[in-house]
Design a protein around this ligand. Structure first.
Ligand code: F3S
Length: 67
């Protein structure tokens, strides 16, 4: 299984809970928004933490799709 992860930069408010919960996938950029470090996730543990981050994001701007 593989999943594509992306953040809608127009919606992200820089809450940063994503980077706290899942630093292997998300990092905060100089623009104060979240940027995925990886584009495609192939590891289930990474997928689980990315999913947790997506659910925790207050504006639901993290998108995870089957690749
Ligand atoms: Fe942005 Fe949501 Fe993370 S608002 S910084 S993607 S928790």
């Amino acid at each position: 299984m593989a999943w594509k992860v992306w953040v809608d930069q127009d919606v992200c408010i820089g809450d940063a809970i994503c980077a706290s919960l899942c630093p292997d996938v998300f990092e905060m950029g100089d623009d104060g928004k979240s940027h995925p470090i990886v584009e495609v996730i192939e590891d289930e543990n990474l997928y689980n933490c990315a999913q947790e981050a997506a659910e925790a994001c207050p504006v639901s701007c993290i998108h995870i799709e089957e690749a």
